[in-house]
Design a protein around this ligand. Structure first.
Ligand SMILES: Nc1nc2c(c(=O)[nH]1)N(C=O)[C@@H](CNc1ccc(C(=O)N[C@@H](CCC(=O)O)C(=O)O)cc1)CN2
Ligand SMILES: Nc1ncnc2c1ncn2[C@@H]1O[C@H](COP(=O)(O)OP(=O)(O)OP(=O)(O)O)[C@@H](O)[C@H]1O
Length: 188
């Protein structure tokens, strides 16, 4: 199974079948949470890892939470303040109202379909996160996935921007130890 479409189908099924596990939030991440830091999260669909435990810690640390707002496949997503009431969006998503405040994320918690240990990522295929990463190059890109979503190697496309780290129920996988975003090097 080499083509992306087939791999997506297979990994979405593995993700949906996986029984949710508790997440251990690594000190490396916990230690970075500070008042005013903007964390872009997501409301899970299709068996995705629920970032809620991490968000609870982030809120206590004074972070501001943003959520993606999507119009359709072609339109770039915007990260909007999650504080207001959420409504229904396309693809079964829950998202902020279109007129909520636009925020620039410092950390982008990224839902994954698949990943490899080098930080390559398979998403929904609309390019929403590819474009969001290009728009916010200084943000830390942290993927959340179940361990069953790991594949040995994904061939990156020219537009792919790799993840800095991936959090699974088993591991905190640092993919880019040498990359130092403005906030400082990703601690191990
Ligand atoms: N929870 C969550 N929020 C997210 C994403 C995501 O992957 N997960 N996105 C990621 O980019 C963006 C929304 N983009 C999306 C683009 C395409 C499809 C999509 O094609 N969905 C399939 C069903 C997928 C499934 O079964 O899991 C469909 O509607 O046919 C979904 C989201 C922003 N918000
Ligand atoms: N920076 C960008 N600007 C405009 N289009 C982009 C950009 N990056 C990627 N794309 C387009 O988005 C699509 C992404 O497809 P791809 O299969 O790589 O998505 P993916 O790996 O599932 O990631 P995503 O989660 O971002 O959808 C491609 O058609 C690509 O041309």
């Amino acid at each position: 199974m080499t083509d992306k479409r087939a791999l997506r189908l297979h990994l979405r099924a593995a993700r949906a079948d996986f029984e949710p596990h508790a997440l251990t939030i690594p000190d490396a991440l916990r230690g970075r949470l500070a008042p005013g830091l903007v964390i872009a999260a997501y409301v899970p669909i299709g068996g995705e890892v629920d970032p809620a435990p991490l968000l609870a810690i982030a809120r206590t640390a004074g972070c501001v939470i943003a959520l993606p707002h999507v119009v359709d496949r072609a339109t770039p997503l915007r990260f909007l303040d999650a504080a207001g009431t959420l409504g229904n969006g396309p693809f079964g998503l829950r998202q902020p109202a279109a007129d909520a405040t636009v925020l620039a994320p410092d950390i982008i918690l990224t839902p994954l379909v698949g990943f490899d240990r080098r930080g390559n990522r398979l998403g929904q295929g609309a390019g929403h996160y590819d474009r969001a990463f290009a728009d916010h190059p200084a943000a830390w890109r942290i993927g959340l996935a179940w361990s069953v979503q790991e594949v040995p190697g994904l061939a990156p496309d020219p537009w792919d921007v790799p993840l800095h780290a991936i959090l699974t129920e088993l591991e905190w996988i640092i993919a880019m130890p040498c990359h130092a975003p403005p906030a400082g090097p990703m601690p191990s």
